[in-house]
Design a protein around this ligand. Sequence first.
Ligand SMILES: Nc1nc2c(ncn2[C@@H]2O[C@H](COP(=O)(O)OP(=O)(O)OP(=O)(O)O)[C@@H](O)[C@H]2O)c(=O)[nH]1
Ligand SMILES: [Mg+2]
Length: 328
Amino acid sequence: MSPSLSKKHQKLVDGIQAGKKRSIARAITIVENDEETAAALIEALYGFSGKAFVLGITGPPGAGKSTLVASTVREFRAQGKTVAVIAVDPTSPYSGGALLGDRVRMDRVAADDGVFIRSMATRGNLGGLSRKTVDAAIVLDSAGYDIVIIETVGVGQSEVEIASTADTTVVVLSPEAGDGIQAMKAGLMEVADVFCVNKSDRDGADRLVREIQNAVMLPSNQKEESSWYPTVIKTQARAGDGVQELIAAVKSHEAFQREAGRFESERVRNTRLRIGRIARDTLTDRLSTGHQQLLDQLAEEVVARKKTPYSAATELIEQYLRNAHKAD
Ligand SMILES: Nc1nc2c(ncn2[C@@H]2O[C@H](COP(=O)(O)OP(=O)(O)OP(=O)(O)O)[C@@H](O)[C@H]2O)c(=O)[nH]1
Ligand SMILES: [Mg+2]
């Protein structure tokens, strides 16, 4: 059963493939708000995606991610590449104030035709965030952008996860209040292919570089012998210093992965996780929406000690499977 597209949405698909910004923007709004149409849209676009290089940028609030993204976009443009950016709005209260600043800085590069920038609202609800972000990246990829950048605040597990579904993941830290420690706690060490120590004009930048280099070599962070070891680059995003080096490090990682045959296998690994997540979410939805009456009845029986929660859960699943077979 594959979802079908209305004529209106078929026109949208044509617009996206022609690289029309209005069509792209509308498609991302659909991805954000209308799960069913989004599925049909992705079905139509998927075969045209997979060509863009996906770069994830994450790190603690205020580390300078957005400033860095803006400088990175300018540098990629200077190299003749087209770039699309998805910035996942920070949900963390302390970073809310930086948002407007983000937009202003981004607007300057957004006037360029080879650049598309979009903030995705999470509205305090992380449910479905991963699906929405990855689908938005598929829309941008199928629109023909060479590079798709995904910026997320590296505070929650799902946000770190999103950035780490990229081909290369950059973790941005600044030599401010315990960023190094915070990063390790948030699981950022595991996902970084390249570390960026931003605000290197501030005290403590070199110390942070050494801390990261030591952490990378810790036995608990050791990887297989032939695998990539994260590099550490210093930047001053506001002035654009170090951005060329950062991009060179990203390219080195990409080249390394391709040579080692890991570029595709990482995509397979990430996609495997994604399929699992979608399947689990779909099952959860169907189990809870289609069986309210049975669930009420089972709950009463369990409270009355006629059944255990385990046997009731098994019964719920069996009923679901029987219905699913009938629907076939
Ligand atoms: N001193 C200094 N400040 C910087 C540098 N890069 C960025 N900043 C400043 O750091 C602040 C935060 O920058 P953002 O780019 O908004 O940081 P962010 O990581 O995107 O923040 P959130 O999205 O809110 O998590 C801004 O005031 C920037 O101007 C730098 O290299 N040096
Ligand atoms: Mg930001």
